[in-house]
Design a protein around this ligand. Sequence first.
Ligand SMILES: Cc1ncc(COP(=O)(O)O)c(C=O)c1O
Length: 380
Amino acid sequence: MAPVYLDHNATTPPHEDALDAMKAAWSQGWANPSSLHRAGRDARRFVEDAREAIAALAAQNPRDVLFTSGGTEANNLALERPFQGKTGGLLLTSRLEHPSLLAFAEELARRGVRVRWLPPGGKGHLVPEEVEEALRERVAGEPTLLATHAVHHETGAIQPIQALLALVERAGAELHLDAVQAAGRVDPGLWRGAHSTALASHKLRGPKGIGALVTRPGVQVKPLLRGGSQERGLRPGTLDPVAAAGFGAAARRALAGGPARYEALRVLRDTLEHRAIEVAAEAGVRVVRTGGEPRAPHVAHLLVEGWRGDELVAALDLEGVCVSSGSACAAGTAEPSPAIAALVGAERARSALRLSLGEVSTAQDVVAFVDAFRRVVTRR
Ligand SMILES: Cc1ncc(COP(=O)(O)O)c(C=O)c1O
């Protein structure tokens, strides 16, 4: 029997539309999209169609969509951009960020960029007043970037992006937004408009291994890789028209009703949380929710007292339920998630359980999870 899959923030299955587009690209667009001959032009068509769809999703121009290998590379490129070739500069970010921002921020600190770690509020949201305060440190003329996420990959917290963008604009600084968990899942008004935006295809039902950095007109990206002139020399390497076609189809679908489909999961998510807390209490185990509103409708983040998250993941896996204890990138490490540790302390963060629903999730999945969770917590 197929397992019950409740780990859609790690990745979510490709949609039929994406698979169909990829099949078409396999047969008609397999050539090198940079080649000038007809086969190359055919492949190029798939890439450019996809670029248009991704631009529409982010409400920017197709020429400002740069294909990358995924969200990680897009975040890396975005953090490199303002600081490459400059001395100094100011980066505002937080310990809540995905490792692809966090690790690059630490690297920039080693390179002499002043990094201000913004303290999160108790529910996992950035506090506009803290950002405003930190922006006062800006020295006129130096690159200043706020880099953060729109929807948190573990807690589902929705950040006050439009308020932060207004503060950044007023200070003459820039905003990079990691919208990997937001695009296609929450109202685009919550995440559009940043100077640069990172997207990943596999979180919106496209294939893995492709993403994009989308910029506002006039924002100059600096390459991290050296090589040919693909992607205007900003991201050298042969583009995969098949992956691009799948990403494009997924973006089109996300634009057509993605957030409404996720909103419909809210009732299931609330039931799941409520029942998980209830069955654990019956077994004498206290379960508390991390974070608070506003948050994405499909994510539940729970702290299960007396348990380690990785133990729960293994026990639930044996019961046929796939969940996670943190971000997939941190899976297999003994350390608790830095983001959750920043919120509730390292010790409590070890008991984290993340459940993320997706478009294919059903009420039966929730029932199966609750039954499995009950069996696991009562066994001790
Ligand atoms: C918020 C966030 N940013 C970036 C990434 C990295 O994306 P990718 O796996 O495509 O490199 C992820 C993936 O989990 C994510 O959740």
